[in-house]
Design a protein around this ligand. Structure first.
Ligand code: SF4
Ligand code: SF4
Ligand code: SF4
Length: 201
């Protein structure tokens, strides 16, 4: 099997910074301080709050794609690059039974081809989500956390979400992963990336 979880590599880190500089990533910064407890939220007005899902509770059931009032869903996959292994064999990008590690549709997990695979340097690849295409199905998230570093996760995007009084996905979520966060910090990071201050999409 090809390299899947590369260790620390200074050359790779430089390349990643270069990607940051040239703006290869879209510009959403996820609020690292977004984890708010119930006590913190008490007393706030609903208008000051935004619906969000906790990616550590999410089990990728698929309802984020099908139960949003918007089509496509306001929920999208996002990527914590500082946690990503830049794997050649990315389990969030390739089907488990992929015959070749190439960009042919039959080898890719994403049903709408929303993940772009870009060669960085041997053996590293960067994976970027096209949020206009992403439907929030969570297949890439499940693949990444099953066999990879868990750097992909779902978030409700607040440039799209209309902040329903009662979120239809929250009502249907089997993992009770949804909560409301302050409008000033409406995103949550996942797992290891919660300790990283600069995870970005
Ligand atoms: S409905 Fe809940 S468990 Fe299902 S994908 Fe959305 S957040 Fe995850
Ligand atoms: S697999 Fe699903 S969640 Fe992941 S990028 Fe594609 S549409 Fe979005
Ligand atoms: S609050 Fe409404 S628009 Fe936002 S994710 Fe939930 S159902 Fe979709």
């Amino acid at each position: 099997m090809k390299s899947k979880k590369p260790g620390k590599n200074p050359k790779k880190k430089m390349t990643r910074r270069e990607f940051l500089r040239v703006g290869a990533r879209a510009g959403l910064a996820l609020g690292a301080a977004g984890v708010a407890g119930g006590a913190f939220l008490r007393g706030r007005q609903t208008a000051d709050l935004r619906w969000q899902l906790d990616p550590d509770k999410c089990i990728q059931c698929g309802r984020c794609a099908t139960h949003c009032v918007l089509t496509p869903s306001a929920v999208k996959a996002v990527h914590a690059y500082d946690v990503c292994g830049y794997c050649e064999l990315c389990s969030g990008y390739f089907k488990p039974n992929a015959l070749l590690l190439d960009t042919a549709a039959e080898n890719r997990l994403c049903p709408v081809s929303a993940i772009k695979r870009t060669f960085v340097e041997d053996p590293y690849y960067q994976y970027t989500i096209d949020t206009d295409l992403c439907i929030g199905c969570g297949k890439c998230v499940k693949g990444c956390q099953s066999f990879g570093n868990g750097s992909l996760f779902l978030q409700a995007m607040h440039d799209r979400c209309v902040n329903c009084n009662e979120c239809a996905i929250a009502r249907a979520c089997p993992a009770r992963a949804w909560t409301r966060l302050p409008a000033s910090a409406p995103y949550m990071l996942k797992g290891k990336s919660r300790g990283s201050g600069d995870a970005k999409k």
